[in-house]
Structure formats: C-alpha cells, structure tokens
Design a protein around this ligand. Structure first.
Ligand code: NAD
Ligand code: TYD
Length: 348
C-alpha cells in the first residue's frame, strides 16, 4: 500500500458523469454545498435511470451546468471536457443486476466503451484526477472474510463483469500512460432518490402500496449497506486525498441478510411478514455475500457515519413523503420490466 503525500488535491471544475442518477445527484449536491466556488458539469444520457428531478434544486446554481449526452459519444465527451475541467468522476453506468441478466448489451456499451471514451478524453486534456466509481461486486462472491483492494477480481454477473472491465481499463491507463486515476469500490448503497427497481426502494414502495415484496431465494444473501451520504463523502475524500493509481474500498460496515432488511422494512412500513413477503425463485447466479475490508480508506481518514437503523427509517420516511417522485417511475415502462422480471417466480 503506498503512502499518501498528505497534500490534498485541489480541484476547480469537476465533470461528473451520470449525475442525474441516485448516487450522482447526491454527489453533485454535496460538491455544490461543501466546495464553494467549484464548478460542476454533469454529463448524463438520461436513460430510464436518469432523472432531472433529482437535481431541480440546483438547476439555478451558477456553478452547475447540465449537459445531455452519452459517455460513449466521443464528440459529446470532448466538447464537455474541453471547458476547463480538471477532475472527472465517472458514475455513468447501467446499474441494475437483474436488467444485466435480461439484457447485458447496454452494460457493456456504457461501462466498457463509455469508460474508454472518457479515459481517452481525460488523457488528451491532461486531466489532473480521474476517479472511477466502482463496486464491491467486482470481487465476486465472498464466502469468508472480506475483500481487499489487491484481491483478484472475480465478477459473476454481466453487471459486475462490465464494472470490472472498466476498472481494469482505468488501472491500465495509470500503468501505461501514467494517468492520475483513482478507483472507489463502494458497497450496496441506499437512501433517497434511488430508482424503485432496486431492492430497498422496491420493497418500500410496494409495501406503501400494500403490494407483496419479492424476496429472492431463501433471503440469506448478505450485502453490506452503505448510506448514500457516506458513499458520496467517501468518493470526494478519495478524490482529495487518495494516491493516484490506487483503489479504495468504501463499505458501510453493516452486513445484513436480505431477510433481515426485509423484516425491518416490513415493520417500518407497518405491514406483516406473512401477508406481504413472497419467497420467489432466486436470481440466476445470485452472489451469496459481499464484504469489504476498508482498512485502506479508513487509514486515509474516511469512515461511514450513518447508522443503518436510522438511515433505513429516514429512507422509508422519504419515500412515504415523496410519492410524486417515485410514482411516475413505477408507471407504464416499469410495469413491463416488472412483469418480465418477476413472471413465473411465484410473486402473485
Ligand atoms: P443509477 O442507475 O441510479 O444512475 C446511473 C446514471 O447514469 C443515470 O443518471 C443514467 O442516465 C446515467 N447513464 C447511464 N448510461 C449512461 C451513458 N451511456 N452516458 C451518460 N450517462 C449515462 O446508478 P447509481 O446507483 O447512482 O450508481 C452510480 C455509480 O455507482 C455506478 O457506476 C454504479 O456502478 C456505482 N455503484 C453503485 C452502487 C449502488 O448500490 N447503487 C454501489 C457501488 C457502486
Ligand atoms: P440489488 O438492489 O439489485 O443490488 P445487488 O444485486 O447489486 O446487490 O439487490 C440487493 C439484494 O436484494 C440482492 O441480494 C438481491 C436481492 N433482491 C431481492 O431479494 N428481491 C428483489 O426484487 C431485488 C431487486 C433484489
């Protein structure tokens, strides 16, 4: 493990890709509130997961600029990065594992080609930091212990494989061209503004609607839950203090089975397990457990702050109070996906 120089990296204009999504929108809000004077450009293709409503509150901010564009489009990326950007934080991705099983191609295009296009543009403009937002899923299924940054990558879903491919490209640009790259590998993230296709918001919104929730398999798969505020603080901490060429795990320190999370959500939503939880056919290739060793990011000075119980309660409250945000996302096109994903699994 290399030692930090101790001198924080100072940035003045950050290009955030995928900023209209869940984590990206929180990251942009944090940048604009905690780094006065820093300019933020958000390049987002507005896929089904990109939601301009996530950033309505900062639209009028003079330091914020939105560019509607695709990271795979070299001309759009070139035009965006040319405006004095000195740091890139790449979050743009197709992110839902179940969709990657149904239809992997878009994952490969955005994660593999998109990351390549961004790296090339960053290289030609001499960008001072390129931070790739990655995931604990690249380490694959971890039966015992916890993944360290030096562990061999062993992704097992099309989503995880596409993210691992992006990580390897990013590291190759450091080794080959000396590019000042960083990678964060975050664990399962939760909080407000997460698309209702994902486990926690899907379950909350179904429970609010008095609908059953589909728990895959025996429900004993373990995920390490990280509040989105802790994830975004971790990313910016690594951007400022991380050593170029290094990877940093960012885990919540809250390993829970899906069954335990489901019990909490059912209770927080005032429903009953017997009437509202369905054990449905398991996800294909479902990883049993992810776990991160975060000694390296902790040594850098980051630690998660939000306790899971408090964060989950706040998240349930946010969805209960913001139906106007999520109801449109569960409308027509989502219903088609939902029917395709859950048909024949024993949900009804
Ligand atoms: P999200 O699906 O909510 O948002 C993704 C955003 O990227 C959307 O705004 C979408 O429009 C945009 N996008 C997709 N393809 C694009 C393209 N080709 N060009 C430009 N924009 C594009 O995702 P999220 O949950 O906020 O995740 C953000 C990043 O964090 C991803 O890279 C993901 O792999 C990583 N991550 C997520 C988690 C998690 O639990 N959510 C955990 C660890 C890491
Ligand atoms: P998800 O939010 O899709 O994240 P990931 O698969 O990237 O960890 O799912 C979190 C966990 O919840 C995962 O073990 C799968 C499980 N899950 C269900 O049991 N039912 C569901 O309907 C969904 C979407 C997920």
């Amino acid at each position: 493990m290399s030692q930090s120089t101790g001198v924080p990296f100072v940035f003045s204009h950050v290009l955030v890709t995928g900023g209209c999504g869940f984590i990206g929108s929180h990251l942009i809000r944090l940048l604009l509130s905690e780094y006065p004077g820093v300019r933020v450009t958000n390049l987002d293709a507005l896929t089904y997961a990109g939601n301009p409503d996530n950033l309505r509150d900062v639209e009028g901010n003079a330091h914020y600029r939105f560019v509607h564009g695709n990271v795979c489009d070299a001309n759009a990326v070139e035009a965006t990065i040319a405006g004095g950007v000195d740091a890139v934080v790449n979050l743009a991705a197709e992110t839902h594992v179940d969709r990657s099983i149904l239809d992997p191609e878009a994952f490969l295009r955005t994660q593999i080609l998109g990351t390549h296009v961004l790296l090339e543009a960053a290289r030609s403009h001499g960008i001072a930091r390129f931070l790739q937002v990655s995931t604990d899923e690249v380490y694959g299924d971890v039966r015992d212990g916890a993944s360290r940054e030096s562990d061999t990558l062993a992704p097992r879903s099309p989503y995880a494989a596409s993210k691992a491919g992006a990580d390897l490209q990013v590291l190759a640009y450091h080794h080959t061209y000396g590019m000042p790259v960083l990678i964060t590998r975050g664990s399962n993230t939760y909080g407000s503004h997460q698309h209702p296709e994902k486990f926690i918001p899907l379950f909350i919104t179904n429970l609010i609607d008095d609908e059953p929730v589909p728990l895959y398999g025996d429900g004993n798969n373990v995920r390490d839950w990280l509040h989105v505020d802790d994830h975004t603080r971790g990313v910016l901490h690594v951007l400022e203090h991380g050593d170029p060429g290094e990877v940093y795990n960012i885990g919540g320190g809250n390993p829970r089975t899906n069954r335990t999370i489901t019990e909490q959500l059912v209770s927080l939503c005032g429903r009953a397990w017997e009437s509202h939880v369905r054990h449905v056919t398991d996800r294909e290739g479902h990883d049993r457990r992810y776990a991160l060793d975060c000694a390296k990011s902790r040594a850098l000075g980051w630690a998660p702050r939000r306790p899971l119980d408090e964060g989950l309660a706040a998240t349930v409250q946010w969805y209960a109070q913001n139906e106007a945000w999520w109801r449109p996302l569960k409308a027509a096109s989502f219903q088609a996906y939902y029917a395709r994903q859950y048909a024949g699994r024993g949900l009804s």
